[in-house]
Design a protein around this ligand. Structure first.
Ligand code: 5GP
Length: 204
């Protein structure tokens, strides 16, 4: 009997400055596509109004986060805008092995750590995408319009945005952000192409 082929899941890293729309994009895609999951990160940042523990993030104290670092629970972790953020191995590996795609909304440092990983499974699964705001003015308007940040945090995030955008060339794809629908369409077409790659098909 001929061996059937099973697709390897995609490990999709999404980065972009705060306000670029990447979180909305990840959430919208994972809601509409049943073979894709959003990896919920851990963070020490204070919870924003409307956020739910275990849905938006696993909110941890710095002490709890560092215990998980010691235990080797994170695929990657980094300090971003003054707080710790990390992706749990448990939220990623099992999904990819079961042919499910995983979306990870992570910063440029976390993306670099994953890109540098020597794990052949990660290398074979990885797709990295940078969501680029159309202009700095538009980014400012989006981040300000969100109204989730204090003046101080807003200034810090805008200051870090340029450094983040300088890293865009390290990513395989860039989505030049437009409307939500345009971003979603661009994202769908990248995932659609990646799913068809012969290198993602393995015999079972
Ligand atoms: P926010 O506080 O706005 O939710 O996220 C701030 C930044 O942290 C964003 O750039 C986001 O991509 C990044 N981030 C969220 N989760 C993770 C993670 O698990 N690891 C890393 N390295 N960055 C993350």
């Amino acid at each position: 009997m001929a061996a059937s082929k099973q697709r390897r899941g995609i490990l999709c890293v999404m980065s972009g400055p705060s306000g670029s729309g990447k979180t909305t994009l990840c959430r919208a895609f994972s809601d509409e596509d049943s073979s894709c999951s959003y990896a919920i990160s851990c963070t020490t940042r204070p919870m924003r109004e409307g956020e739910v523990n275990g849905k938006d993030y696993h909110f941890l104290t710095e002490e709890q986060f560092l215990v998980q670092v010691e235990q080797g629970d994170f695929l990657e972790h980094a300090r971003v805008h003054g707080n710790l953020y990390g992706t749990l191995k448990s939220s990623v590996f099992e999904q990819v092995e079961n042919s499910r795609d995983v979306l990870m909304d992570i910063d440029v440092q976390g993306a670099a750590l994953i890109r540098e990983s020597s794990d052949p499974g990660i290398q074979a699964s990885l797709v990295d995408i940078f969501v680029m705001p159309p202009t700095v003015g538009e980014l400012e308007a989006r981040l300000g319009g969100r109204g989730t940040e204090s003046e101080e945090v807003f200034a810090l995030r805008m200051k870090n945005a340029q450094e983040e955008m300088d890293q865009a060339e390290k990513y395989a794809y860039t989505i030049l952000s437009g409307t939500r629908e345009e971003d979603l369409n661009r994202f769908r077409s990248i995932i659609d192409t990646e799913r068809k790659k012969e290198s993602r098909l393995g015999c079972v």
